[in-house]
Ligand binder design. Sequence first.
Ligand SMILES: *Cc1c(COP(=O)(O)O)cnc(C)c1O
Length: 473
Amino acid sequence: MPSEVAASSKARSPLPSVDALLREPAIRGLVERFGHTAVVGCLRENLEQARAALRRDGEAHFALERFVAACVAAMDRAAERSLRPMFNLTGTVLHTNLGRAVLAEEAVAAATEAMRGPVNLEFDVAAGKRGERDEHVAGLICRLTGAEAATVVNNNAAAIFLVLNTLAAGREAIVSRGEQIEIGGAFRLPDIMARAGCRLREIGTTNRTHLRDYESAIGPDTGLLLKAHTSNYVVQGFVASVDGRELAALAKEKAVPFVEDLGSGTLVDLESYGLPHEPTAREAIAAGVDVVTFSGDKLLGGPQAGIIVGRRRYLAEINRNPLKRALRVDKVRLAALEATLRLYLDPDRLAARLPTLRLLCRPVAELRALAQSLLPALETAVGPAFAVSIVACRSQIGSGALPLEAMPSAALRIEPSAARASGSLVADLAAAFRRLAVPVIGRIEDGGLIFDLRCLEDADGFAAQLSRLRVTA
Ligand SMILES: *Cc1c(COP(=O)(O)O)cnc(C)c1O
């Protein structure tokens, strides 16, 4: 058939018409998959390019089969989803660039159901009248943190913004110089404060802030005291900061609200799972903090969200702020969050069901065994130009939690076998792994590509695509 199409249109132009192309079997297949409009658009674009090429090179270079193949490839490329699954073998469990927490199956099911049809998002089913969307999670959050009231917004940055704007607009927020935090992605506390309409009142020094620094800064202009969890760095040496309990007592005495940004925050005592201690929301509430904020998709292991807990009167003020409407979450995330929080009601099975905790708790022996089982297939896939070995490494929680603590883990390390291989060989290898159907993301360290296996749960899926690995230098 192709030759016929070419011959019939040869009289005027060597290029086939769009109509003639639409009769080609391969193009008809594209129409089935992507629809008439998209395919015609693609054909026109490719014909335009072919016309330009013909003007440049002369007739001899047009080949129908190659043209059709190019159209099919272009349509396939355009159809590839932009946001897609990855293998996170970076060793950072909560990797912000890779979407942070992986949700529990219970949360996935709840979110899917909420997406499929109407839900009682703001409807009180028993009373048959309007309800509050926060009601679906507020009770659970209060139960898990010991707080009087709770609300949920888009993320922790939004939570901090809303709290500052509600409680301290036009006034001062007192913050220690040791806690002037910047978190990746241009979240800087002083900038957020300016946008929230409050003035930053810095006290103390970078390494030392005392209770008397807070005391002497409090005055008629004070909107609130803010303590921020220095989640992504540590100041060591001659340091002093004021304990939450002491600050809470001072705030109470002076009748100013005391707010704490916990950052990652967690709802369980990580030490009981053999992990390093991270401040819990319950501890902050018990210490007397008036308002506490933390993320939903860090250690909590749920969807992106910012959780605000604390005293009823402050939460009521926060909920009355018109900005709350701009920062609220939708039914899908609320469904996922509620299902995630419910897992915490059964602590005995939490580490099995909540992926974040499950991954953090994986014993190193299990990871080493996994490395052993994957080693032969990986050796075959990378070929003789590379050597694969099993190495001990350290994973980290990520997203700012516990910056200095790292958990022992096991990794597969791939390095060029030749002692004097080109430096770009490892980069080419990493690129080849990123080109796989489900890209594999590791980290490059000391001239080798490291795959930390802590977050690899679908080992079969990982192994199944190894045969398609192509390293092109
Ligand atoms: C991560 C973090 C934030 C920002 O939280 P998002 O949920 O990403 O908006 C704010 N403060 C601290 C201390 C953090 O660690």
